[in-house]
Design a protein around this ligand. Structure first.
Ligand SMILES: [Zn+2]
Length: 263
């Protein structure tokens, strides 16, 4: 019963958000897509299916769940040693985990081995809500074990760890969407949260710009560590998306994308 509830939580809520954002993209698109939807969406749906089995379920049911439960029963991890109200534990855990995810993203762009996996996400030549599903299973496995280690070390309560996972998914769907937000809303929002225009800079074909705007939810880490960039030097509308060497439609093929880290 609990598993069924978690399944609903882990899949149904992000799926609903994805449908809402996909509809909003049709109504208020930011840019015209280079490769279009049909093949990309099919490929990203296949990414979702493979990651649902390997990554999502692994992260929700096994690793994060086990790490949080294990830490709680063994009184392991910082938050299990000191007694704090749940809301305060949640605030601390969200901030620490958000930083950990920012740091992992930095590492993905610095380490040649990790970059091989993460480059699959960047090879998409367009950005829309489905790009948030485009993570190679290798990368998802690495990030699941990494996050679980942080959850155990910090002693994050299970309910908080799962809420963070949902929050992270929701933010990734939002900031990858091809959505034109009112300029004013974007500029207010990006003081706290990564907006689609802000994340767009990170998906630039220019290597230097890929090393900026590494946040997945909060913008504080990029502002604090000097990796914040408001807009591409080519401008929001003139900016190309993807990897500099790829000019054809191969990233919209699932097999090509799965094979990309090995080439
Ligand atoms: Zn990246």
């Amino acid at each position: 019963m609990i598993e069924a509830g978690l399944g609903l939580y882990a899949i149904a809520i992000p799926a609903l958000l994805l449908a809402l954002l996909a509809t909003a993209e049709v109504l208020w698109p930011r840019r015209k897509l280079v490769l279009g939807r049909k093949r990309r969406w099919r490929t990203h749906a296949l990414f979702f299916v493979s990651n649902a089995v390997l990554g999502r379920l692994l992260s929700f049911f096994v690793v994060i769940g086990v790490a949080a439960t294990w830490a709680e029963t063994n009184r392991f991890g910082a938050l299990n040693v000191i007694a704090l109200p749940l809301w305060l534990e949640a605030v601390i855990a969200f901030i620490v985990l958000d930083f950990a995810v920012w740091f992992q993203h930095l590492a993905m762009h610095r380490s040649p081995l990790l970059w091989r996996m993460h480059a699959v996400h960047h090879s998409d030549r367009d950005l829309d809500v489905t790009t948030a599903l485009r993570f190679h299973p290798f990368e998802l496995i690495v990030s699941t074990f990494y996050k679980s280690a942080i959850v155990a070390l910090l002693g994050v309560p299970l309910v908080v760890a799962l809420a963070f996972e949902l929050w992270l998914n929701a933010n990734a769907l939002f900031n990858h969407s091809n959505l034109r937000l009112p300029r004013k809303l974007d500029s207010v929002l990006r003081w706290f949260l990564v907006t689609p225009d802000m994340h767009l800079v990170h998906h630039s074909t220019l290597m230097d710009e890929q090393k900026h705007n590494l946040g997945f939810a909060l913008t504080i880490w990029d502002r604090l560590f000097g990796t914040y960039r408001a807009v591409s030097i080519r401008g929001t509308d003139g900016q190309d998306i993807g990897l500099s060497g790829i000019h054809d439609d191969s990233p919209s093929s699932f097999l090509w994308s799965m094979n990309q880290p090995l080439t």
